[in-house]
Each structure stands twice: as structure tokens, then as C-alpha cells.
Design a binder for this molecule. Structure first.
Ligand code: PMP
Length: 363
């Protein structure tokens, strides 16, 4: 297929072509039922089977140990920013947060908005959020109900390379922009959550992986839909789930499995990111990498040029050459290539070549 763009969108983002084609085949008639998956009850045996299979695939791919619940929620990762403090911050308990950038800030501000006590356990503000704080700088408040981290900052382009050991304090991670990009030891985390629209599928479903002990004794005075325990006891079928989004996540997970699992994703992601970071590092300062090298993200590769004018011209010429989504987030400007799992190696090779070519013509 020659009409597919080189898609570097930050999210919603590229989906594997094989997944889109399979969805296309099954769109009108799903598994011989005479209609699409969108047209049947979520209480049907077909949807229940899909719900269970999707949970199991995620469990297998991420190596999620027993004792965790996998929930399919709505409201985006942004709703988790509020649900986490609502569910876990009982009176007298504090939410500790590592402030790594825009997304971490949105998370802790939501806890504050709800009137909870928030403790900033570490911040990289002094470095303009261009690096992840050293793990030994993280100071967890003794009354913490959890430590919250953003494993990958989608806007700044920084990523935790290692995760903090939090002892008895539950570690909660927003992995919206790097879930399944590399293996993770899930047992270190009490909760992992992610909006689907980067590495998991289309938007519309948010995945939460929660250790069961966290679901005990949750406050009762929160709206039903915002209580984790309701979704857990109802196996994510308390109300109508985002059926089609879950179906697409199912196909993406199968695609990851067929392509060697998360270890293989990591290998390819490292090779893809290296192509672009090399183009930056070998440019003798023509391209300026934004993130500190030790904190660079495998998923969101951020860089700048000497002037905004040159950046505009880069984006314009890149668009003409078939590249999409290279403009940095509106809050920071610059350039950003998001190379999620589904972005093929070939797209990254093409971008690295384009960058070298552009440099030659403009220096
Ligand atoms: N966290 C991170 C790290 C993100 O990148 C995003 C979205 N770009 C969000 C949270 C918010 O996700 P949503 O739009 O699903 O609410």
C-alpha cells in the first residue's frame, strides 16, 4: 500500500497496518455473527469472550502476576488523574508525585483540586523538565498513600530508564505513552494505567492494571462510575464499555504477540530511536536534542533547530515529503517525532535520511 503516510503523530497515533486491515475485514461481519462487533450487546458471549481474551493477552505480554485486576475504563488517562486521589487518598493520607513535566503536573493538580494534600517528591523543573530526576533524589512523604510517576513525558520527550523502589508505598505509573514499548517488571507497581491511543489502539478506552490489595476498603462516597472497585467486581462490564476500542486493543495485542512480544518491540524501538537520535547527534549542532541524553524517550523524540523559521520550513518540507505529525506540542514548540510500536523502521529510516538531507541543504 503506497498511500500510508510516515505517521509520527503523538496520539492518536499510527496503528499497525495489519491491524487496520484485519479490522476492515471484520468490520461488517464479526466471526460469522451476521453483524459487526459494534452492533451486539456487551453482555453477549462474543463480547465477554473478547473482554476476557484482551485481559489475558495483556497479562501474557506484560507478564502481569496473579493478584492484579485489568480494567477497561473510559474518560481517558486524564480521568485517572482524579480517580487515583479520589479512591486512594483517605483523610490524613498524602499523594506523592514526581514532577517530570506537563502530564505529571496535570496528575497532581487534579489531586489538589479535590482538596487533597500533595507532596512533590522530586521535580525536574530546574532543568526545564528535560531530564528525569535521579532516583535517589525522590523523597516520599511518610504519610503517602502512593508515589505517582509519569513513566514517559509525551511532550518533553523524557522517559524513566529505571523505576524507583518505593518499599511499602504503592507505586503508580501513568504509562500512557510508553506502555508495551519495553518489558516492565509489573510486580514493582501497585497500579499502571494508560490511555490506549498511543501504543495500545485507538482512543476511547483506558487500561488500568491494579493490585488487588489497593481495591480493599475504598471510600464509598464517590460516584459509582469513578470507583475502581465497581469496575473490578463487574469485570469492566458495569456499564456499556467502549466495545470497538477494546476490540482494536485486542488486535493490537495480537499483533505485538505475533511480532515477538514486548522484548522484540523494545529491540525495534531502540533501533528506530537510534536512527533519529544519531541524525541529531551527528549534526554538529544543526539539530539540538531537547531531552538530556540519559533521559531520552524511546517513544517521543524531541529536537529543535536554530530558529523557529527553520523549524517551520522543516515541517513544511517534511509534510511535502510525506511525513506527518512532526510539530512539537503547542506548549513547547520545536519538533517531535513519536515513534510508537506501530511506526515502522522504514519510516524512521526515511526520517533520518530526510533530516540529513535537510541539514545539507540548509547549512
Ligand atoms: N498522560 C500522558 C503521559 C499523555 O501523553 C496523555 C495524552 N497525551 C495523557 C496522560 C492524557 O490522556 P487522555 O487524552 O487519554 O486523557
Amino acid at each position: 500500500m503506497d498511500k500510508r503516510a510516515y505517521n509520527f503523530n503523538a496520539g492518536p497515533a499510527a496503528l499497525p497496518l495489519a491491524v487496520l486491515e484485519r479490522a476492515q475485514q471484520e468490520l461488517v461481519e464479526y466471526k460469522g455473527i451476521g453483524m459487526s462487533i459494534m452492533e451486539i450487546s456487551h453482555r453477549s458471549k462474543e463480547y465477554e469472550a473478547l473482554n476476557t481474551e484482551t485481559q489475558e493477552l495483556l497479562k501474557e505480554l506484560m507478564g502481569i502476576p496473579d493478584g492484579y485486576q485489568i480494567l477497561f475504563l473510559q474518560g481517558g488517562a486524564s480521568s485517572q488523574f482524579a480517580m487515583i486521589p479520589m479512591n486512594f487518598l483517605k483523610p490524613g493520607r498524602v499523594g506523592s508525585y514526581v514532577h517530570t513535566g506537563a502530564w505529571a503536573e496535570k496528575a497532581y493538580k487534579e489531586a489538589k483540586l479535590l482538596g487533597h494534600e500533595v507532596h512533590i517528591a522530586a521535580t525536574s523543573e530546574a532543568h526545564d523538565f528535560m531530564q528525569i530526576p535521579e532516583l535517589n533524589e525522590i523523597e516520599i512523604h511518610p504519610d503517602s498513600a502512593y508515589l505517582h510517576i509519569t513513566s514517559n513525558e509525551t511532550i518533553g520527550g523524557t522517559q524513566f530508564q529505571e523505576y524507583p523502589n518505593t518499599g511499602n508505598v504503592p507505586l503508580i505509573a501513568d504509562m500512557s505513552s510508553d506502555i508495551l514499548c519495553r518489558p516492565v517488571d509489573v510486580s514493582k507497581f501497585a497500579m499502571i494505567y494508560a490511555g490506549a491511543q498511543k501504543n495500545l489502539g485507538p482512543s476511547g478506552v483506558t487500561i488500568a492494571i491494579i493490585r488487588e490489595d489497593l481495591l480493599q476498603d475504598l471510600p464509598k462516597n464517590i460516584p459509582t462510575m469513578l470507583r475502581y472497585e465497581i469496575h473490578s467486581t463487574n469485570n469492566s462490564l458495569y456499564n456499556t464499555p467502549p466495545v470497538y476500542s477494546v476490540y482494536m486493543v485486542n488486535l493490537v495485542l495480537k499483533w505485538i504477540k505475533e511480532n515477538g512480544g514486548v522484548e522484540a518491540m523494545e529491540q525495534t524501538n531502540r533501533a528506530k530511536a537510534k536512527l533519529i537520535y544519531d541524525a541529531i547527534d551527528e549534526s554538529k549542532g544543526f539539530y539540538i536534542g531537547c531531552a538530556a541524553p540519559a533521559s531520552r524517550s524511546l517513544m517521543n523524540l524531541t529536537f529543535r533547530l536554530a530558529s523557529e523559521e527553520l523549524e517551520k520550513s522543516f515541517i513544511k518540507q517534511a509534510e511535502a515529503a510525506g511525513f506527518v505529525g512532526l510539530k512539537g506540542h503547542r506548549s513547547v514548540g520545536g519538533l517531535r517525532a513519536s515513534a510508537y510500536n506501530a511506526v515502522p523502521m522504514e519510516a524512521c529510516e526515511a526520517l533520518a535520511n530526510f533530516m540529513r538531507d535537510f541539514q545539507q541543504k540548509n547549512s
